[in-house]
Design a protein around this ligand. Structure first.
Ligand code: UT7
Length: 329
């Protein structure tokens, strides 16, 4: 019998209704639509509005979308891994909240924290439970309500982020389809360039940390950009070499959507034409853990059984990686 691989057999997604356009940002800070579009490729992003609404609400909507499309009962799900940088609360894990709200009462799960690479990391972790035969139905979610940690007075950072959720169902496959390889990396020395200064155990919340705006994303954009451009392209090239993939045999690049210029650098390194690259950054901006599954969600109808997909991401930590998937349906 062939090795068991974890195949993606369904995809779900959700983006909030509210559209925050570059034109609206112009009224909030000293910026222009022209600057944002030319430097990032972003035209608008979605924002989750409503008191008491958090990442779990978007994740639940994405999971329900997946379960309805696939026609399966929430009680069939055995495990849920939620990749997020904006959990509902410090504890318990947002995965637990999602299981409760979506009726996945037979599942266990936890959160994965790896910033923008979180979905890739969680996908690899979830796949292990399928490959070992431990579980038959695992849901992996990528979700973030980035607006909850955004300082809209910081024009260098706030313009790129948005809110959204996506998820995939993993099931065993013995015909050679599914997640075939991953290269995952971390470099903790990069944490100084992209982090949240307060609210953790090193610097718990105080009046002072709030007054100093230390609960927002702190990003040194140019430094992050340099690392992202190099490492995301390197790791995508690496996964191609390891798996004897060429520009002809790769059908799709599914890149993290942080900046159109980083996406372009990665696809150029892979020699891929634009029509093989999933890009929706102009409409959603950078939804952090949400970007990769939201691309799969939007492109699902174009994907064919046997397509070779390369997923690539880079994010805070630093964390980065690439995965090779042979599409199963
Ligand atoms: O997803 C996780 C990882 N994150 C990333 O991959 C993000 C990587 N970084 C980036 O995408 C880019 O660095 C940003 C889009 C965040 C910023 O673009 P940049 O080209 O690196 O801009 P910069 O910060 O170097 O600023 C260049 C100039 C500055 O003016 P001076 O000092 O040259 O006069 C900024 O003050 O552009 C100015 N600027 C703006 N002007 C209008 C910065 N932000 C804005 C703005 N509107 N929103």
């Amino acid at each position: 019998m062939q090795k068991i691989h974890a195949a993606i057999t369904a995809v779900g997604g959700y983006v909030p209704e509210y559209v925050l356009t570059n034109a609206e940002l112009e009224t909030m800070m000293d910026t222009t639509d022209e600057w944002i579009q030319s430097r990032t490729g972003i035209k608008e992003r979605r924002i989750l509005k409503g008191e008491g609404k958090g990442s779990s609400d978007m994740a639940v909507a994405a999971v329900q979308n997946l379960l309805e499309k696939k026609g399966i009962d929430p009680k069939e799900i055995e495990m849920v891994i939620c990749a997020t940088t904006t959990p509902d609360m410090q504890f318990p894990a947002t995965a637990n909240v999602i299981c409760d709200k979506a009726g996945m009462t037979k599942a266990w799960g936890y959160d994965v924290s790896a910033a923008c690479s979180g979905f890739l990391f969680a996908l690899t972790i979830g796949s292990q439970f399928i490959e070992t035969g431990r579980h038959k139905k695992v849901i992996v979610i990528g979700v973030d309500k980035m607006s909850s940690i955004m300082n809209y007075e910081d024009r260098k950072t706030s313009i790129i982020f948005g809110d959204g959720a996506g998820c995939v169902l993993l099931e065993p496959n013995t015909d050679g389809y599914g997640l075939l390889d991953s290269v995952l990396r971390t470099d903790g020395s990069g944490r100084v360039f992209l982090h949240q200064k307060a609210g953790g155990s090193v610097k718990p919340a105080t009046l002072e940390t709030v007054m100093n705006k230390e609960h927002y994303v702190y990003q040194e954009g140019q430094a992050v950009f340099k690392f992202a451009v190099k490492n995301m392209a390197d790791v995508a090239a690496d996964i191609m070499t390891r798996n004897n993939l060429t520009a002809e045999t790769v059908d799709w690049l599914v890149p993290h959507q942080a900046n159109k210029r980083i996406i372009n650098a990665t696809s150029e390194r892979m020699n891929l034409p634009a029509e093989k690259v999933m890009v929706n950054i102009e409409r959603y901006g950078n939804t952090t853990n949400g970007t990769l599954p939201l691309c799969l969600w939007e492109w699902e109808s174009k994907l064919k059984k046997g397509d070779n997909l390369v997923l690539a991401a880079f994010g805070g930590g630093f964390t980065w990686g690439a995965s090779y998937i042979r599409w199963a349906y």
